[in-house]
Design a protein around this ligand. Structure first.
Ligand code: IPD
Ligand code: CA
Length: 276
C-alpha cells in the first residue's frame, strides 16, 4: 500500500494548483461583486463566482481522483448530502467571506480541507486578493506564504486577543448568545476582532496574530482547513464547551493554548445549532 504521507503530498499539490487557478476568478472582482442572490436569509449571500470556484475544484479533483468524495458549501446548499465517510473527502468553501467579497472588503478566501478516515490530513486557505496562503499537512507544520508559523503562547483570557463573527443568520436566540459573549469578551479580554471569514480568523490564530477564535453556527467547510492549520501551528481546536472538536457540530473554538481554550469555554454562553 502506498505511504499515506506521500499520497497526501500528491493530493495537496494537485489541490493547491487548482486553488491558485481559482484565485484568479476572485481577483477579477477585487472591488466587489454586486451580483449576488440570497440563500438562507438576507445576510447569507452567494455569487456566480462561489459556484464557479466550487465546480472548478470539484471537477478538477474528481478527474484526478475518482474515488474521492466532496462536501462543498454550494452543492450542499443545492441539496447534496453533507456526509463524511472514511473515504478521502475534500471539504470545500469556494469563497469564505462572501459578504466581504460582495462589498470589496479584501478578506475572502478559498478554504479546502482534506480528511481521510475522518481525520484532517491537509488544509489550504488562500486569500488571492491580499496574496495570503496558509497551508498545513498532518505532522509537517503550518505555513504562511511558505514560512513556518506558530501560535502565540498566551494562556490567560485577560491577555488574549479574541476573534469571532456575527455570522450569517439573524436567529434571535443566537443573537442573544452573541451579545452576551461580546459583553463578556469586552469586559474580560484584551480585545475583540472580526475579519468576516471564519477560515481567515482561524489562520490569524495559527499565525499568532490573534489568540483565540470561536463561533457557533459555522459549517464544516468554514473550519475543516482552519482546524489542521491551527493544530499544526501548535494550537488547539476544541468544542466551545471544552470537549473534543467535531467538524460537523457547527461549533468551533481554536486557541493558542489548551489553558486559554478551557478558560474561554468556561466563560462562554453556549449555543447548539442543528448539526451539518
Ligand atoms: C461565513 C463566514 C463568516 C461566518 C459565517 C460563515 P461564507 O462563510 O465565514 O465569517 O461568520 O458563519 O458562514 O458564507 O462567507 O462562506
Ligand atoms: Ca462560502
Amino acid at each position: 500500500m502506498a505511504d499515506q504521507s506521500a499520497l497526501v503530498d500528491e493530493y495537496f499539490e494537485s489541490a493547491l494548483s487548482l486553488v491558485k487557478t481559482c484565485g484568479n476568478l476572485i481577483k477579477d472582482h477585487i472591488t466587489g461583486c454586486k451580483d449576488f442572490v440570497l440563500k438562507s436569509c438576507d445576510i447569507d449571500l452567494v455569487t456566480e463566482i462561489d459556484k464557479k470556484v466550487e465546480e472548478t475544484l470539484v471537477g478538477g479533483l474528481s478527474k484526478l481522483y475518482a474515488d474521492h468524495k466532496f462536501i462543498g458549501e454550494e452543492a450542499v446548499s443545492d441539496g447534496a448530502k453533507c456526509e463524511l465517510t472514511d473515504a478521502p473527502t475534500w471539504v470545500i468553501d469556494p469563497v469564505d467571506g462572501t459578504m466581504n467579497f460582495v462589498h470589496g472588503f479584501p478578506h475572502s478566501c478559498i478554504s479546502l480541507g482534506l480528511l481521510i478516515n475522518k481525520e484532517a490530513v491537509a488544509g489550504i486557505v488562500y486569500n488571492p486578493i491580499l496574496e495570503q496562503l496558509f497551508t498545513a499537512k498532518k505532522g509537517k507544520g503550518a505555513f504562511y506564504n511558505g514560512r513556518q508559523i506558530h501560535v502565540s503562547q498566551i494562556k490567560e483570557l485577560s491577555k488574549a486577543l479574541i476573534m469571532t463573527e456575527a455570522g450569517t443568520s439573524r436567529d434571535p436566540e443566537r443573537q442573544k448568545v452573541l451579545f452576551e459573549n461580546f459583553k463578556m469578551i469586552i469586559t474580560k479580554a484584551h480585545g475583540i476582532r472580526t475579519l468576516g471569514s471564519a477560515a481567515l480568523n482561524m489562520c490569524m490564530v495559527a499565525l499568532g496574530g490573534a489568540d483565540l477564535n470561536f463561533e457557533f453556527g459555522i459549517h464544516a467547510w468554514d473550519i475543516a482547513a482552519g482546524d489542521i492549520i491551527v493544530r499544526e501551528a501548535g494550537g488547539v481546536c476544541i468544542d466551545p464547551a471544552g470537549g473534543p472538536f467535531d467538524v460537523l457540530s457547527r461549533r468551533v473554538l481554536c486557541a493558542s493554548t489548551e489553558e486559554l481554550a478551557q478558560e474561554m469555554a468556561k466563560n462562554l454562553c453556549q449555543f447548539y445549532p442543528e448539526r451539518d
